[in-house]
Ligand binder design. Structure first.
Ligand SMILES: Nc1ncnc2c1ncn2[C@@H]1O[C@H](COP(=O)(O)OP(=O)(O)O)[C@@H](O)[C@H]1O
Ligand SMILES: O=C(O)C1=C[C@@H](OP(=O)(O)O)[C@@H](O)[C@H](O)C1
Ligand SMILES: [Mg+2]
Length: 168
C-alpha cells in the first residue's frame, strides 16, 4: 500500500489527522505547509504579506512535485488541490488521495481563534465568506480524491483508522 495524501479545506484536520495516520501506519509524515515554511525560512502569513498568493502557489507547486515521490504520509494545504497543475500531479501520483470532508459548522469551529489568524486567506473574512469559499472549492477536492472521509464528530485517531480501512 502506498502512503496516502490528505486534501481538503482549511480546518478539516489534514495536519492533525496526518500526524495520527503516520503514527498508526508507523510511517514518516510530512506537512506541505511545514515543508514550505522550512524551505522559505519564513511563516506562511509573513510570506503571503511580503510576496502575495501567486508567489506562494509557485513555491507550493514546486515542493508538492518534490514531495510526491517521497514515501511520507503527506498532508497538503487547503489550496493545494485547487490548482490545476497540482491536481494533475496528484492524479498522476498513484498514491491514495484522501479528501477530509468537514461540515461548515466543524470547519468554522476548527478554525476559530488562533487557527483563523494563522491562515492569511482568512484575513478579513466572515464565517459566511469562509463557507462560500469552501463551497467554491469542493469540486476540486471531489475531482482529485480517491476516497472521501467525513470527519465531523470523530477523533483524529478514529479518522486515521477509517482511512486505513478504506485504502487497504
Ligand atoms: N478530528 C478533530 N477533532 C478535534 N479537533 C480537530 C480535529 N481535526 C482538527 N482539529 C483541530 O482543528 C484545528 C485545525 O486543524 P488542522 O489539522 O490544522 O487542519 P488543516 O490542516 O486541515 O487546516 C486545529 O486546532 C486542530 O487541533
Ligand atoms: O486554503 C488555502 O489556500 C491555504 C491553506 C493553508 O493550509 P491548511 O489547509 O492546512 O490550513 C495554507 O496552505 C495556506 O494558508 C493557504
Ligand atoms: Mg494544515
Amino acid at each position: 500500500m502506498q502512503n496516502p495524501i490528505l486534501i481538503g479545506f482549511m480546518g478539516s484536520g489534514k495536519t492533525t489527522v496526518g500526524r495520527a495516520l503516520s503514527k498508526a501506519l508507523n510511517q514518516p509524515f510530512k506537512d506541505l505547509d511545514q515543508v514550505i515554511e522550512a524551505t522559505l525560512k519564513q511563516s506562511i502569513p509573513s510570506y503571503f504579506e511580503a510576496n502575495g498568493e501567486a508567489a506562494f502557489r509557485q513555491v507550493e507547486k514546486e515542493l508538492l512535485a518534490q514531495h510526491l515521490s517521497t514515501e511520507n504520509v503527506l498532508a497538503t494545504g487547503g489550496g493545494t488541490a485547487c490548482q490545476i497543475a497540482n491536481q494533475e500531479l496528484l492524479l498522476k501520483s498513484q498514491r491514495p488521495v484522501v479528501w477530509l470532508k468537514a461540515s461548515d459548522a466543524t470547519t468554522i469551529h476548527n478554525l476559530s481563534g488562533e487557527d483563523w489568524q494563522k491562515r492569511p486567506i482568512l484575513a478579513d473574512k466572515s464565517a459566511q465568506d469562509v463557507t462560500n469559499l469552501k463551497a467554491s472549492r469542493e469540486h476540486f477536492y471531489r475531482k482529485t480524491a480517491d476516497v472521501i472521509i467525513q470527519v465531523d464528530q470523530k477523533t483524529p485517531e478514529a479518522i486515521a483508522e477509517e482511512i486505513i480501512q478504506r485504502i487497504s
